[in-house]
Ligand binder design. Structure first.
Ligand code: SF4
Length: 364
């Protein structure tokens, strides 16, 4: 495996819409976490090839204190020349000194959870930072030489979406992850923000137009990049490659050796059960399940899915039935066939879910 995800679950505050495994810092928890993480890293090392991509996500990895960051980023993992090393960060946890430290520790890409450059939106989201802090963090990260991606939440009531998108482009970031907020049922924000598909569709149309005008390509449903600035780590997920994972609630996708099993997915338990040594849950993914997942993930991207390669990987003759089911969708302008690849058109990216369901029917 040449990709690794490390989950860091700690956050300064818990956002009212959070759907990730995130916890507040409690006495001793970070210390215990780092010890267990180092042990997990030692155990997995023999199964890793030099890593092409290493991603520290969370949670808010940049929230850790400096000595803790040194330990987090010194897990003695094999790194390939030119590896992409991404760390998720919140604006309030970045300053010049912290950026210098991250640089010295090998981080070369920051994914900054800006969400919006408008104070009233940030307040409504319950975020700890304000617009001024977001500007400063992005500008300092760019000045320090990091590849910077910003996360934006689009389509919120009262948000000037165009202004947020233009600001991101003006600041000079080269990657934007744009999400619409679907509050998890039961979270405090679910009571305040209702889903509005029209508002969300308008927000994505604005993103295509504004970011497209300055050279960004929507290469995945929710991700826009200037050419060459795509998130290499996330591409491993969308291509359904293999990756290892460390930390609480982290899930890997690993090669399997059992007959009839294409891959193993190992999912660690949440923090306190993980600290107590509870074993990961292991799912065995069959070739057919892999084919379905590969369609689902691949059709999120403009590059689509290489059906011939998928047939070789799974040993399943799926090209013909999938292409047959895809024909009316190609006719309608949602999908296109490019050599061995089946891919969504720009318009198709807005309806991936229904496209995937139609194709899955052909595999059942
Ligand atoms: S910063 Fe992200 S991970 Fe942390 S609580 Fe907020 S949404 Fe959840």
């Amino acid at each position: 495996m040449t990709s690794l995800y490390v989950h860091v679950p700690f956050c300064p505050t818990i956002c009212p819409y959070c759907a990730f495994h995130a916890v507040r810092r409690t006495p001793g928890a970070v210390e215990a976490y780092l010890e267990r993480l180092a042990a997990e890293a030692r155990a997995i090392r023999p199964r890793l090839e030099p890593l092409e991509t290493l991603y520290y996500g969370g949670g808010t990895p940049s929230y850790l204190r400096e000595a803790e960051l040194v330990r987090l980023l010194n897990l003695n993992l094999p790194l390939a020349e030119g590896a992409e090393l991404t760390l998720e960060a919140n604006p309030g946890t970045l300053n010049r000194k912290r950026l210098e430290l991250l640089k010295a520790l090998g981080v070369n890409r920051l994914s900054i959870g800006v969400q919006s450059f408008q104070d009233h939106v940030l307040r409504a989201l319950g975020r700890a930072h304000r617009a001024k802090g977001a500007f400063r963090a992005v500008e300092e990260a760019l000045a320090a030489g990091f590849r910077v991606s910003v996360d934006l939440i689009l389509g919120l009531p009262g948000q000037d979406v165009e202004e947020d998108l233009k600001t991101a482009a003006r600041l000079g970031v080269r990657h934007v992850s744009a999400y619409t907020l679907i509050p998890e049922p039961g979270t405090p924000l679910a009571a305040r923000v209702q889903e509005d598909p029209d508002r969300e569709a308008e927000a994505f149309a604005a993103a295509r137009e504004i970011l497209g005008a300055v050279g960004f390509v929507r290469y995945e449903v929710a991700n826009f990049a200037r050419p060459g600035e795509e998130a290499r780590h996330n591409q491993v997920y969308w291509r359904m490659g293999f990756w290892a994972a460390l930390g609480p609630a982290a899930a890997s996708h690993e090669p399997a050796s059992d007959p009839g099993v294409y891959a193993l997915r190992r999912t660690n338990p949440p923090l306190f059960r993980w600290l107590s040594g509870e074993a990961p849950k292991i799912e065995r993914i069959s070739p057919l399940e892999h084919a379905k997942e590969a369609l689902m993930m691949g059709l999120r991207t403009r590059e689509g899915v290489d059906l011939r390669a998928l047939e070789v990987r799974t040993g399943l003759a799926l090209g013909e039935p999938v292409l047959k089911a895809a024909a009316p969708l190609v006719e309608a302008g949602w999908l296109e066939v490019r050599g061995p690849r089946l891919a969504p058109t720009e318009a198709g990216l807005d309806r991936v879910h229904s496209l995937v369901l139609s194709l899955w029917d052909a595999l059942s």
